[in-house]
Design a protein around this ligand. Structure first.
Ligand code: TMP
Length: 212
């Protein structure tokens, strides 16, 4: 008998593109339509590893660049048993950032190549859909200043955006670019349409492994 698993849906995008708002709206809309769903975010700052990452992002501690990359990855791997369990139970997971942020942010630093950055995340649960909320740097600037965290600087964010563009060339991942310059409601409608399709398709498919 075909297994009716939940879908793994990821939102990625540049800062201020509205990822967190849209994750919440999607989660609430799925719940209202009677589809079991839960929200997750990476980094998950509540775990022991997550607390190390959080202190680093808040500039309260310094970590060597390879080390922090591996911590971000470990922070995903520690959630994998729970993610698999939920997906197998038929719960759709709406995830705010995933391995793609991991690769885009570290590979934007000097001396890191995409392949090295991908390797610790190879084999993670493969998302059924990755929506990239696209917003030009000028539109993003209109939405206000960056916060105080480590990576919230315009030049670095531009380098990160370039790395995301490189990652999106990979056809083994189901990317969907979303125009994040639309109104919050119109972005939500697009996201909902793509998500419902992904949920339908995932129902009868086994969960695959990322970048394998
Ligand atoms: P957020 O909690 O506001 O989404 O911010 C997390 C920051 O960490 C953001 O700048 C992106 C960055 N990041 C990485 O560098 N590597 C990762 O693997 C993830 C998930 C996020």
């Amino acid at each position: 008998m075909a297994c009716k698993r939940g879908a793994l849906i990821v939102l990625e995008g540049v800062d201020r593109a509205g990822k967190t708002t849209q994750c919440k709206k999607l989660f609430e809309a799925l719940q209202r339509s009677g589809k079991p769903a839960e929200m997750m975010r990476f980094p998950d700052r509540t775990t022991t590893i997550g607390k190390l990452i959080s202190a680093y992002l808040e500039n309260k501690s310094d970590l060597e660049d390879h080390t922090v990359h591996l911590l971000f990855s470990a922070n995903r791997w520690e959630m994998v048993p729970l993610m698999k369990k939920k997906l197998e139970q038929g719960t759709t997971l709406v995830v705010d950032r995933y391995a793609f942020s991991g690769v885009a942010f570290t590979s934007a630093k000097p001396g890191f190549c995409l392949d090295w950055c991908k390797s610790p995340d190879v084999g993670l649960p493969q998302p059924d859909l990755v929506m990239f909320l696209q917003l030009s740097p000028s539109e993003a600037a209109l939405r206000g200043q960056f916060g105080e965290e480590r990576y919230e600087k315009s030049d670095f964010q531009r380098a990160v955006q370039n790395k995301f563009q490189q990652l999106m060339k990979d056809r083994s991942v189901h990317w969907q670019v979303i125009d994040a310059s639309q109104s919050v409601e119109d972005v939500h409608k697009d996201i909902m349409t793509h998500s419902l399709n992904a949920i339908n398709c995932a129902q009868n498919q086994a969960l695959a492994e990322l970048w394998k």
